[in-house]
Design a protein around this ligand. Structure first.
Ligand code: SF4
Length: 165
């Protein structure tokens, strides 16, 4: 009896996957048997998914499992770049700040910047805070260097959660 005959009868299913896979590369008709064995082998591992999983986790190799940005971070980064350029930063500066804030978020730093806040108004170079009294400021005007400075402000409202500025 040949090895192929044994496999068709299912008597080799208890053997190591490597043995079956070697045969499968030589005989196309063995492909379904190999796939069946591979699926069973992967299913025994609680954390792993089969390579042919129809709904793979796209963030599997991203933060916090690596330094690569995950889906939520990419969406947040993109929204911030758009917001920051709308608020007067040059594209390169907006991207640099968005990346800095992504690292801040990963580190759990609770400081925020005025440029993220729904209360920031005005134009680049003449920014104003609409909640300046609650923020403890003496005037509405926000100096340019404060706009992107991480700080703690009791009146901060995240632009992404608080609606349009
Ligand atoms: S409320 Fe605070 S964080 Fe927001 S713009 Fe005013 S000073 Fe900046």
């Amino acid at each position: 009896m040949s090895l192929a005959d044994l496999m068709r009868k299912g008597s080799l299913r208890a053997l190591a996957t490597v043995t079956v896979a070697t045969v499968a590369t030589e005989e196309q008709e063995m492909a379904s048997t190999v796939a069946e064995v591979a699926t069973v082998a992967v299913a025994k591992s609680p954390d792993a998914k089969a390579a042919n999983d129809p709904a793979p986790d796209l963030d599997r190799w991203c933060w916090p499992n690596s330094d690569a940005m995950n889906t939520v971070e990419i969406d947040t980064f993109t929204l911030r770049v758009v917001l920051f350029t709308e608020r007067g930063l040059m594209p390169a500066g907006a991207e640099a700040l968005a990346e800095k804030l992504m690292k801040r978020d990963r580190e759990g730093d609770d400081r925020r910047t005025c440029i993220e806040c729904v209360n920031l108004g005005g134009r680049a170079g003449s920014s104003r805070c609409s909640a300046w009294r609650s923020a403890g400021l003496g005037v509405q005007a926000i100096p340019s260097e404060w706009v992107t400075l991480p700080q703690r402000c009791a009146a901060f409202v995240d632009r992404r959660k608080g609606g349009a500025a």
